[in-house]
Design a protein around this ligand. Structure first.
Ligand code: ADP
Ligand code: MG
Length: 313
């Protein structure tokens, strides 16, 4: 399928709830005047200091979901959240009464072994699913009260998703994969292309625009996925095992990049993982096991590689 055919088929057939993020939102985006012609891009090394213009200019769309600037109000709040899966006659509780508040600017690592409920939690945090019991508030809105199209819109405005398996469309090249979310909310292909160029530049893939996913390394694919997740400049980045399919060096690049987005751009980063290594990036670590929060540890922000000081909460 060509890019246009894919876009058209999504526009006509797509059930947004089945897609990894909504594509039908208004953009929150960085300034059009953003300089995207910076030189010396190796095309290979991920820039660890993303230079988004996320100042006042960036949040310039009047239709965009405004995130609460009141740091006292959680960006995401889970109250006694249960997720039950029906297994024939038996109900399986993947999450059992989760209470969690996530604030703007946090770098939250949700750590737990396989099967502990991490992906289930990520689906709820990302409004891809609603709880069986309990309440999920995103930006003070109870998401279970929203219908699917409202959910898709709020998701699209607020959250960029990064998946372990990258979720790139195999028949689209690098540039087209990044253009995809933009295509759904941009009239102007030229502007979308400029944004895609800029995003590919900051993830160091300017030279791979025309490559298909199959022609990229794992790390490069993950960088395409990151560029795509950033396309609408969401305030929250949600990542499920973002380094799971990468070698440790590439994984470090990815994490340093997310770290930069958090520190320099104030983006809220939420990572679910079983990888203890990622704990060093977190401002808070939520340990989950068998669908329950075991403990939450606050951390003073560390530069990677330094000792972690943690205090039990
Ligand atoms: P993690 O991401 O931590 O590995 P998941 O959230 O994927 O864990 O799954 C948590 C538990 O819920 C696991 O025991 C898994 O088998 C179960 N589970 C997940 N999705 C479903 C489903 N759709 N139906 C039934 N059980 C499920
Ligand atoms: Mg999982």
């Amino acid at each position: 399928m060509t890019f246009t055919e894919i876009i058209n088929s999504f526009k006509t057939k797509l059930n947004p709830s089945k897609f990894m993020y909504s594509l039908e939102k208004e953009a929150i985006f960085y300034s059009e005047s953003e300089n995207s012609t910076e030189e010396n891009n190796s095309g290979e090394n991920l820039k660890s200091n993303p230079s988004f213009n996320s100042g006042d200019n960036s949040v310039n769309n009047s239709n965009a979901e405004k995130i609460s600037r009141n740091k006292e109000v959680p960006l995401i709040k889970l109250t006694n959240v249960w997720k039950l899966y029906q297994m024939g006659e038996v109900e399986f509780a993947a999450l059992k009464g989760i209470n969690l508040e996530i604030y703007e600017g946090e770098f939250l690592v949700i750590l737990g072994p396989s099967g502990s409920g991490k992906s289930t939690m990520m689906n709820l945090l990302g409004c891809l699913d609603i709880p069986s019991k309990g309440t999920v508030y995103l930006n003070s809105k109870d998401i279970s009260k929203l219908d699917e199209s409202e959910l898709a819109i709020i998701r699209g405005q607020m959250i960029g998703f990064i998946f372990q398996s990258f979720n790139l469309l195999p028949t689209l090249n690098t540039e087209e994969n990044v253009l995809l979310p933009l295509e759904f909310q941009e009239e102007d292909r030229q502007i979308a292309r400029r944004k895609a160029s800029y995003l590919l530049e900051i993830v160091g893939l300017s030279e791979k625009k025309k490559n298909l996913p199959s022609q990229l390394s794992g790390g490069q694919r993950q960088r395409v996925a990151i560029a795509r997740s950033l396309a609408v400049n969401p305030p929250i980045i949600l990542a499920d095992e973002p380094t799971g399919n990468l070698d440790s060096k590439t994984g470090d690049y990815i994490l340093d990049f997310l770290d930069g987005l958090n520190k320099r751009e104030g983006k809220t980063i939420i990572i679910v993982t079983h990888d203890l290594e990622l704990v060093k990036y977190a401002t808070r670590v939520v340990y989950i096991r068998d669908g329950e929060i075991e403990k939450i540890e606050k951390q003073t922000r560390n530069e990677p590689g330094t000792e972690i000081e943690s205090n039990l909460n």
